[in-house]
Design a protein around this ligand. Structure first.
Ligand SMILES: [Zn+2]
Length: 106
């Protein structure tokens, strides 16, 4: 879920970059300035996308205890990508990761 949020953020940044560059069409004096900012924003979001891709390959995929779908879990606690249920990651005796539901009260 955190990864999805990051990806949405990067997507929003791309749209924002296009808006900034589009504004440059009307404010011709600011055009080089706005264009540079727009290009920088696109570069940053491409970098975020790249990082998200690299991270999603590294982080474990666990079965969600709420909806039984495979979801990627970041850190010790995260939400499911599909049902948004809270998950806590535990280690069993064999060193295998598994997901347990996390109650919202604790
Ligand atoms: Zn789920």
């Amino acid at each position: 879920m955190k990864l999805n949020r990051l990806r949405n953020w990067a997507l929003g940044l791309i749209f924002l970059a296009f808006i900034v560059m589009y504004l440059g069409v009307f404010a011709t004096s600011l055009m080089p300035f706005l264009f540079t900012i727009g290009t920088l924003m696109i570069l940053v979001s491409v970098f975020i996308y790249f990082r998200v891709g690299a991270m999603s390959m590294r982080i474990p995929t666990l079965e969600c205890p709420h909806c039984q779908k495979k979801t990627k879990v970041m850190g010790i606690e995260d939400g499911c990508m599909y049902c948004h249920g809270l998950i806590r990651v535990e280690l069993d005796e064999a060193g295998e990761l598994y997901a347990v539901p996390r109650s919202k009260t604790t």
